[in-house]
Every structure is written in C-alpha cells, then in structure tokens.
Design a binder for this molecule. Structure first.
Ligand SMILES: NC(=O)c1ccc[n+]([C@@H]2O[C@H](COP(=O)([O-])OP(=O)(O)OC[C@H]3O[C@@H](n4cnc5c(N)ncnc54)[C@H](OP(=O)(O)O)[C@@H]3O)[C@@H](O)[C@H]2O)c1
Length: 207
C-alpha cells in the first residue's frame, strides 16, 4: 500500500486526505505545528488519515502533496524531500501570500520555484486548478459518466506516470500538459484555473 503525505491540513489538504483514504492509500497529514492541533479535524473529516508532523509526513510518504499556502512553503526543510515525488498543489493567492514579487519572480511558475527550493525532489504541478468543493463533489470511479479531469505538468515521464496514477485513483482523468513550466497554465490567471471539466473540454482549453 502506498503512503500519501499531505502537508497542509486546511480546505484542500483535508479534502485530498478524504479522497486518498477512500482510494485505499495510507494517508499522513500535517499542519504547521503539533499534530494534536489537527487530530480532531482529521479524525472527524478524514477518518483513516493520520495526523503527524511535516517532517514525518515527508519522510514516510511515497508521494507528498503540498497543500499549504505558497507563502509558507519556504518554512519546510528541503532535506526531507530528497528523491521524493512531490505534487505541488499550491497557488499564489495575493490575499493570503502578499505581493507575488515577495515570493517568486514573474517569469517563474510556482512549481519551478518549488523545484528550485527542493532541488533533489521530483516535482509535479497538479491538483491545484480545481476548487476543493469540486474535488470533493466530482471525484468518481473510472469510466463512470461525467468524470472530470485534472491537468498535470512535470519534467520527467516516470513522475508524470506516477502522479497520473494517483489522480486516477482519487477519481479524476489525468491530463499531462508538458514540462513543469507549463504548470503556469493551471495557476490563477491561466486558462485552466478554477476549471472543473471533462478531459476533452480541459484539453481544448489548454490547447
Ligand atoms: N482551497 C482550495 O479550493 C484550493 C484548491 C487548489 C489549490 N489550493 C492551494 O492549496 C493551498 C492551501 O489552500 P487551503 O485553501 O487548503 O488553505 P487553508 O484552508 O488556509 O489551509 C492551509 C493549511 O496549511 C497549513 N500550513 C501553514 N503553514 C504551514 C507550514 N509551515 N507547514 C505545514 N502546514 C502549514 C495550515 O496549518 P495551520 O492552520 O496550522 O497554520 C493549514 O492547515 C494554497 O496554496 C492554495 O492556493 C487551494
């Protein structure tokens, strides 16, 4: 059984924990501090997931999902992410993160920034363009009518395949769109941001 580690136990992190438990993964999830702070919320909202510290989540997981505010990401210790598949589900959001120029250069996608800070990790951009309520409502089994799609971007074919398998298990059709830099299309202001569509419509939007 694969272990999915989710860093960030807010709206997105808890929703992904629910989907991952349902898909049969072992799930570890952390917030910013003591696991005791999130234990009740995790037990009630994502029963089966286990709350832990971020270091333990990163060290124990086969796949790590970053679901914390982008402006807080620099607080994570890079050494725990070496050689791990890391799915960056974060978006720059000005109300939360402050001025974009304080965090990342204009010409860099958020996942290129994540890759630069985690040079030994295998970073994929995914699970970021759909709102948490749509993720919760729309997840469904393979080949069921009305299945929605999630786009992903990354520089390595094997990493894209592994992340695609996870997305499929969570209940969505994966749509690879190219290298990590293409992840910009999934960010706020990009054509796929906020989009909740099937794979044909999403492919058309992303041209
Ligand atoms: N909400 C959505 O629908 C959605 C969809 C796609 C992508 N996203 C992206 O996902 C990220 C999280 O969004 P959200 O809406 O879930 O935010 P949220 O509800 O505010 O939750 C943020 C979570 O991150 C945790 N956190 C903060 N600093 C941390 C640190 N240093 N280490 C570990 N965890 C830390 C917070 O823990 P504490 O409470 O302990 O500070 C909290 O559990 C953002 O980048 C957002 O753009 C959100």
């Amino acid at each position: 059984m694969q272990t999915i580690g989710i860093i960030g136990a807010g709206k997105l992190g808890i929703t992904l924990a629910q989907l991952a438990v349902r898909a049969g993964y072992q799930v570890l999830i952390s917030g910013s501090g003591d696991p005791g702070k999130i234990r009740l919320a995790v037990d009630v909202l994502a029963p089966g997931a286990v709350s832990a510290r971020s270091q333990e989540v990163a060290e124990s997981a086969d796949i790590i999902i970053l679901a914390l505010p982008l402006g807080k990401f620099h607080q994570l210790a890079p050494q725990y992410f070496a050689d791990k598949l890391v799915i960056d589900a974060m978006n720059y959001w000005w109300e939360v993160d402050g001025p974009r120029s304080d965090i990342l250069p204009d010409d860099q996608s958020s996942s290129e920034y994540v890759q630069a800070l985690l040079p030994a990790a295998h970073v994929i951009k995914a699970l970021s363009h759909m709102g948490y309520h749509d993720l919760y409502d729309e997840a469904r089994g393979k080949d069921l009518p009305g299945r929605k799609a999630i786009a992903l971007a990354g520089d390595n074919t094997a990493d894209i395949a592994a992340a695609s398998e996870l997305i499929d298990s969570l209940g969505f059709d994966p749509l690879p769109i190219g290298q990590l830099a293409a992840g910009r299309k999934l960010e706020p202001g990009g054509p796929a941001f906020g989009v909740d569509e099937n794979i044909q419509a999403l492919r058309q939007l992303l041209g």
